[in-house]
Structure formats: structure tokens, C-alpha cells
Design a protein around this ligand. Structure first.
Ligand SMILES: Nc1ncnc2c1ncn2[C@@H]1O[C@H](COP(=O)(O)OP(=O)(O)OP(=O)(O)O)[C@@H](O)[C@H]1O
Length: 504
């Protein structure tokens, strides 16, 4: 496979250099020139094993249909297959294949051997046809499938916001433009711009024997931009549509217990925010600053050549607010949470799939990581019982440094003492956050949350008691909730509870 890839790369490299040198010019797309543009099929118009490269036998039509192989090991994973396709295309075009060992691994991972030749054939067409024009076609349905193609849905969602923008400009009445479900009409065209390149979208309906079929057609102002479109613009649309959907439906909590077939998704209904989280104000402020620096750090991470990711280790006894902190982080950044139960993950490849599929603006959470912790350096393929923390981090580094961006991962544990020293070693996790037993300032936040009191004569006594006894914010919150209507009664009960703890 490597030799074949090199051959493909050589055919495309010269052209790529050329295209980088030439100024961006506007060339009419095929339709305006009167000839049919070449077509790159995304999604699956035909079953992958029909290896006929061009179903249109008319030679004057010169349609080059190039499709992403989607017969990956996990058929549900469109995003993963797309990521693998985009990465390999980029590696070929940029001549980085020789150093991109990880990329080859990913290709082997996601593209079964029997389809690799076909895939190379498709890629060759894409690289070789520098003079033909391209229209990227995204079909609504895959064959033998009733559910619409993921890329088609993403484009529909994304273009919906573009339609909305024009509505808003015209009507000037809509406050929340993204909540409008406006969609393009048939044959309507929308011009979009990405990285200085103008692209044109058209919704086309073809009437066939089996019924009408819709697809989006994408043309752009010069053929040399096809790499930019495949590597950056389409992944950008997938990510943007995720964001739009997340905003429309609230934050989501994804439970990944075995990675197959799809993560279970629950709307995150945890209203905890940094305003309501009880925590030392200084620590809270530094976490918020850290998150803000991270989310606005795109250029910084690019400049220093590091993957745009950040890791947090949150530790503390049960009930000190580790999960509440994660919810606050997600609400603050408007990220979705992916909750991974490592005990259910059977292999590195399963974990790799999860990492590849995680959209940007996500928080990947490994709760109670120490439960499954194991000796360092074991390279057997069973993550749940054998893989070390170091290995897990290396996997994340490898995958996230070559695809995707803006990801946070969080490890939580009840006891930092039991942890693998590799985890707590400086530099492995970007920030260590200790969630402590309830301090007086945390109590004041809870009293405000639950009773709406900022000062009370019992506060001094409570302060003293909290200095002598270990209770968690969850314990205090539980007491305060018992009599919400009368603050004094509630605080008296808390005093009694704390005194009882002291006497034990
Ligand atoms: N720091 C806190 N600020 C506000 N509320 C808190 C805090 N800590 C705990 N609580 C309250 O206690 C409940 C349980 O806390 P949470 O689940 O966040 O603790 P945890 O440390 O993740 O516990 P565990 O380790 O058992 O999962 C929360 O839903 C919240 O109501």
C-alpha cells in the first residue's frame, strides 16, 4: 500500500506546489462553461464494492466520480471514515506520508485491506485530474439505507444558517437565527466563502425510476482548491453543524460504554455553572481563566505546533463536586461532554475510534480513572485491563495532533495517592484541581444558592465548625435543602449536623 501511495503522491505533489504558487483566480465552474464538471461523491451513491470507476459510459461527458470509501470496519462511523480520507489525502498532497506513521496506522485501521486499492484508485483520480473541473456531490441517501447521509444532514444544517442570515437581513425580526429551521429550496444557490475561496452550493433533485433523489452540489472557483475543500471546508461543516445542533438542543452528555455502535446521547440538564459552583474563589478564577485562554488559543496552539487540547486532573473525595465542576466547564464553554467508561473499552482500536469521532468543542471525561489503572508499559491490546495511562495519553497525542481541534479531556479520581505517578508527573496533565471538603467560602456560596442569604448570625459558628470537621459540599447542600423556606431553621439544622460530626 505504501508504494502505491507514494505513486499517487508523486502525481499530485507537483500540481499542489503549482497551485500554491499561483494566485487565486476565479474560473467558471463546469456548468457555466457548458461542460459537465467532474464529481467527487461524498456519501455513498453506490455500494463500495462496485468498483466501476465511472458509471457514466458517455466519454464526452468526462465525469470523474470520486468517492470516499465508506466500507470501514464500523459502518456507523462516517466521521471517522471522513477523517481518515481527509488525512490521507492531505498526507499524500503534502508529502508527509513518510513521517506520518500514525496516519498509515489510521488508514489500516479504518479502511479494510480489500478496499484499499479501490480507495487509492479514487484518490489517484482526484489528484490526477488537474484540468477537469469538480463538483462535489453529496447524496441524501445511502443505498439500502433509509437514514439520510450524515454529511448531507450536516450540509443541510449548515446551509440553513446561511439561509437564515439572508432572512434576517431581509426581515430584520429574528432574534435567534439558529433556531429557525429554514432550508434551501430546490435549485436555489447559496454562495459561501471559506478561507478566501468562494464556493457555490445548489440543491438538486433528480427524478429517477425509484423516485426523486436529492443531493447538494458544491462547485468552487478553481480546481486547485479541492484539497482545501476536502481537508478543511467539509470537516468544518461537520463541526459547525454539530455546534449548531448542540446549541439548538442544549448541551449533550454522551455516554460511551463500549463505543459500538453509537454513543448514547443524553441532553445535559446539569445547570451547574461557575456562578453556583462552591469553590475557593481564587481557584475558580484560575480555572475560568485557563478555560478562556484555551478556547481562544487557536492561533497560539497553531504557532507553537501543538495539538489544540488541554487535560485536567480533578481529584477529591466523593461529593466534593468533581462532576459539578465538569458540568460548569461544559456550560461555560458550551461544549458537549463525552463520558467514557474505560472498563468497557476492549481495545486500543475501539478507543481510537472514539477519539477520532469526537467532534471539536468536546470534553472527554474518564471518571474514576484509578479504578482500572494498570502497570505502565504493557502493550497488550486490552485497554481495560492492561493499558497504562501513559499509553492512553500517547494515543490521544497521536490522534489529536493530526486531526481535529479544541478538545478537553478530564480524568477524575477520588484519591490522588493511588494514582500512577505518570499521571501526576508535571507536564502530563495541564492542570491539577483538588476538590476539597467544604470550606467556609464554599459554604457561603451554597447558602446563597439554596437559601438566598449572604450573611447570617450563625455564619461565625458554622465557620468554626467547618474548620474542625470534614464534610463535603454535597453533605452541606443536602442539609440546606431540607428546609429551604426558612433560612434560620435550615442553618440551625446544619449547625446541629456539624456538631454531631465533631462529636463522633
Ligand atoms: N462544589 C460544589 N458546589 C456546588 N454543589 C456541589 C458541590 N459539590 C457537590 N455539590 C452538590 O452535590 C451533588 C453531588 O456532587 P458531585 O456529583 O459533583 O460530586 P463528585 O465529587 O463528582 O462525587 P462522586 O465522586 O461521588 O461522583 C451535586 O449534584 C451538587 O448538588
Amino acid at each position: 500500500m505504501e508504494r502505491a501511495l507514494r505513486e499517487v503522491r508523486d502525481s499530485g505533489a507537483e500540481e499542489e506546489k503549482e497551485s500554491r504558487r499561483s494566485p487565486v483566480g476565479v474560473v467558471c465552474s463546469g456548468s457555466t462553461r457548458g461542460s459537465n464538471p467532474s464529481r467527487l461523491f461524498l456519501g455513498t451513491q453506490r455500494p463500495l464494492n462496485s468498483l466501476d470507476p465511472d458509471p457514466n459510459p458517455n466519454p464526452s461527458n468526462k465525469i470523474n466520480r470520486v468517492r470516499i470509501p465508506n466500507a470501514i470496519h464500523r459502518p456507523s462511523s462516517y466521521v471517522a471514515s471522513f477523517a481518515a480520507f481527509a488525512m490521507l489525502t492531505r498526507s499524500v498532497a503534502n508529502d508527509v506520508l513518510t513521517v506520518g506513521k500514525e496516519l498509515r496506522t489510521i488508514a489500516d485501521e479504518f479502511i479494510p485491506r480489500e478496499y484499499q486499492d479501490y480507495y487509492l484508485h479514487e484518490m489517484k483520480k482526484l489528484l490526477a485530474n488537474k484540468d477537469s473541473e469538480f463538483a462535489i456531490v453529496i447524496d441524501e441517501f445511502q443505498p439500502q439505507s433509509r437514514s439520510s447521509d450524515q454529511m448531507f444532514k450536516a450540509v443541510e444544517t449548515y446551509l440553513g444558517t446561511k439561509v437564515n442570515e439572508s432572512c434576517i437581513r431581509k426581515l430584520n425580526v429574528c432574534k435567534n437565527k439558529e433556531s429557525l429551521a429554514v432550508r434551501m429550496n430546490e435549485n436555489e444557490e447559496i454562495i459561501d466563502e471559506f478561507d478566501g475561496v468562494q464556493v457555490k452550493w445548489r440543491l438538486v433533485t433528480n427524478i429517477e425510476q425509484s423516485g426523486s433523489k436529492r443531493c447538494y452540489e458544491l462547485t468552487f472557483d478553481h480546481n486547485r482548491h479541492r484539497f482545501l475543500i476536502i481537508e478543511s471546508y467539509l470537516p468544518y461543516i461537520l463541526e459547525r453543524s454539530d455546534e449548531i445542533k448542540a446549541r439548538e438542543s442544549g448541551l449533550k452528555l454522551h455516554m460511551i460504554d463500549n463505543g459500538y455502535p453509537e454513543p448514547k446521547t443524553i441532553i445535559l440538564d446539569n445547570p451547574m455553572t461557575f456562578k453556583t459552583l462552591a469553590m475557593e474563589p481564587g481557584l475558580k478564577k484560575s480555572i475560568i481563566e485557563d478555560l478562556d485562554n484555551f478556547s481562544s488559543g487557536k492561533e497560539y496552539y497553531r504557532r507553537i505546533g501543538k495539538a489544540w487540547k488541554r487535560g485536567y486532573l480533578i481529584y477529591g473525595p466523593s461529593g466534593t463536586g468533581k462532576s459539578s465542576l465538569i458540568a460548569s466547564m461544559a456550560n461555560h464553554l458550551n461544549y458537549n461532554i463525552y463520558d467514557v467508561d474505560l472498563a468497557e473499552i476492549d481495545s486500543d482500536s475501539q478507543l481510537k475510534s472514539i477519539l477520532l469521532e469526537m467532534p471539536s468543542k468536546s470534553i472527554l471525561v474518564f471518571e474514576d480513572f484509578d479504578r482500572i489503572q494498570n502497570p505502565i508499559g504493557d502493550v497488550k491490546d486490552n485497554l481495560s485491563s492492561k493499558t497504562s495511562f501513559t499509553r492512553l495519553l500517547n494515543l490521544m497525542d497521536g490522534i489529536w495532533s493530526c486531526c481535529g481541534e479544541e478538545r478537553i479531556f478530564v480524568f477524575t479520581t477520588k484519591s490522588v495517592d493511588k494514582l500512577d505517578p505518570a499521571l501526576v508527573r508535571p507536564g502530563r496533565m495541564d492542570m491539577h484541581i483538588q476538590m476539597s471538603y467544604c470550606t467556609f467560602s464554599a459554604f457561603k456560596q451554597l447558602a446563597f444558592n439554596y437559601l438566598e442569604v449572604e450573611e447570617h448570625e450563625l455564619f461565625a459558628q458554622i465557620k468554626e465548625l467547618l474548620e474542625t470537621v470534614n464534610v463535603t459540599p454535597a453533605d452541606v447542600a443536602g442539609e440546606l435543602m431540607k428546609c429551604r423556606k426558612d433560612a434560620t431553621v435550615s442553618l440551625e439544622r446544619l449547625v446541629a449536623y456539624l456538631e454531631k460530626k465533631v462529636s463522633l
